[in-house]
Design a protein around this ligand. Structure first.
Ligand SMILES: CCC(=O)OC[C@H](C)CC[C@H]1O[C@H]2C[C@H]3[C@@H]4CC=C5C[C@@H](O)CC[C@]5(C)[C@H]4CC[C@]3(C)[C@H]2[C@@H]1C
Length: 400
């Protein structure tokens, strides 16, 4: 059963107390030691493309309707890693490290076959209060670019933590000059009182394409029709039409079936458990920029993994104090921290046009702008790395 391990019982009470006065800021949760993960939240951006071949598949499909289906399929294949990979690997959902402002996580999925080409991950903590992670995933060979950002608005009630995700993802196909706006599902954390938290997705999310296709994904937890957890049903339609072109049903943590809308003919079955994950290549720590997660958090990660709470505390405080000093200095000099790859804009025409079709996302975009990948900044960073400028081999050690 999911009962709290006896040894950890002692650390449970402070957690439940902190959760009772939960103020919505997930980072303020004093999660018990066995729940602390040594992974920084900036690394979660990598969950969007752990199957690079599926990520670039739409770029190779000439038919726009089939392309829209392949983008929906790719999105659905990311859910298992996004929302249940900690359970698989670590036994339960964990509390990630809360990234500092400017923290970077850079990596690439290499391609030995030469058919997919290299796929690059750039993830940057663009805001600390509230925490917001922006990311870009780039595949030059197929002209595929994913950019997005996310933050969390959390609340606690009836033993579960509910999280509304702020932000969105935008998938771009260069060859067809096509865009897909992806809204982020709400979630809640179940199993907290048993000490075995896991994510369940709520309600629905949408993918709107500039070619006029709309995908609607409806999530449900246990106790819905099938009683199985992590179930969903998705439909793909042409905007303004009632005809369902395709349906996709299944469990995002297990697998799903793609069917033709009218005839219900089975077109494809996807098995999330047997599809290989491509490992992300990260530069060795000594070659990393000081702002890169695994270098900056190295001592904290080491002490979390060895269960040395004392050192975890002191090393975390060092980073937090450094950050406070930086913010103080910026305030005195009347400047803001320079984001390295992303810029906040008040109006992104692609986002605005596509968001009109789904009210949720439009709201955020209007109020405090949206974070976009800044190609100019990116080019400067690449140039600096090439000419050996003061910035290190930022993009990712291309020699490796
Ligand atoms: C045992 C009970 C306990 O200690 O409660 C702490 C729990 C682990 C609950 C709080 C944390 O749960 C984690 C789950 C994290 C989300 C997982 C996946 C994603 C998708 C990704 O694309 C964006 C980030 C997001 C939404 C994570 C955000 C942070 C979450 C909610 C962690 C909570 C701090």
């Amino acid at each position: 059963d999911g009962a709290v391990p006896a040894a950890a019982k002692g650390s449970w009470a402070p957690f439940l107390k902190s959760i009772a006065s939960f103020n919505g800021d997930l980072a303020s949760l004093t999660a018990p030691p066995f729940i602390l993960s040594s992974t920084s939240l900036t690394e979660y951006s990598g969950y969007w493309a752990e199957h690079p071949e599926i990520f670039v598949a739409p770029a190779q499909e000439k038919d726009p309707q089939k392309r829209a289906l392949l983008v929906l399929k790719w999105f659905l294949t990311t859910l298992k890693q996004q929302y249940s990979s900690r359970n698989e690997k670590l036994g339960s959902e964990k509390k990630p490290l809360n990234p500092f402002l400017g923290e970077l996580f850079l990596g690439k999925w290499k391609d030995p076959t030469g058919k997919i080409g290299e796929t690059q991950l750039i993830s940057e903590q663009v805001s600390h209060h509230p925490p917001v992670t922006a990311y870009a995933i780039l595949n030059e060979k197929h002209g595929v670019k994913l950019e997005g950002y996310n933050g969390q608005k959390a609340s606690f009630s009836r033993g579960t933590i509910s999280v509304r995700q702020v932000g969105h993802a935008k998938y771009h196909l260069k060859e067809f000059d096509e865009d897909y706006l992806i809204t982020l599902p709400s979630l809640h954390i179940e199993g907290i009182v048993y000490g075995a938290p896991y994510v369940e997705l709520n309600k629905s999310s949408t993918i709107i394409s500039s070619t006029g296709y709309v995908a609607q994904i409806d999530y449900s937890g246990k106790g819905w029709i099938t009683g199985k957890k992590n179930t969903f049903c998705a439909t793909l339609k042409k905007e303004g039409s009632k005809d369902i072109l395709y349906t996709i049903d299944g469990q995002w943590s297990d697998g799903f079936v793609i069917k033709e809308g009218k005839t219900k003919k089975e077109l494809e079955t996807y098995n999330a458990k047997t599809t290989e994950i491509t490992p992300l290549y990260i530069a060795p720590i000594e070659e990393q920029d000081p702002l890169e997660s695994r270098r900056a958090w190295a001592k904290v990660q080491e002490s979390i993994n060895t269960g040395d709470l004392e050192t975890t505390g002191t090393e975390k405080s060092k980073i937090e104090n450094e950050q406070r000093e930086l913010r103080k200095k910026e305030k005195e000099e009347g400047r803001e921290w320079e984001r390295r790859y992303f810029t906040r804009v008040m109006d992104d025409p692609v986002f605005t046009r596509l968001a009109e079709s789904c009210e949720i996302v439009a709201e955020e975009g209007k109020t405090d702008g949206i974070w976009v990948f800044d190609e100019k900044k990116f080019a400067q960073v690449v140039e600096k790395a090439r000419t050996g400028g003061e910035a290190k081999a930022e993009v990712v050690n291309t020699a490796a």
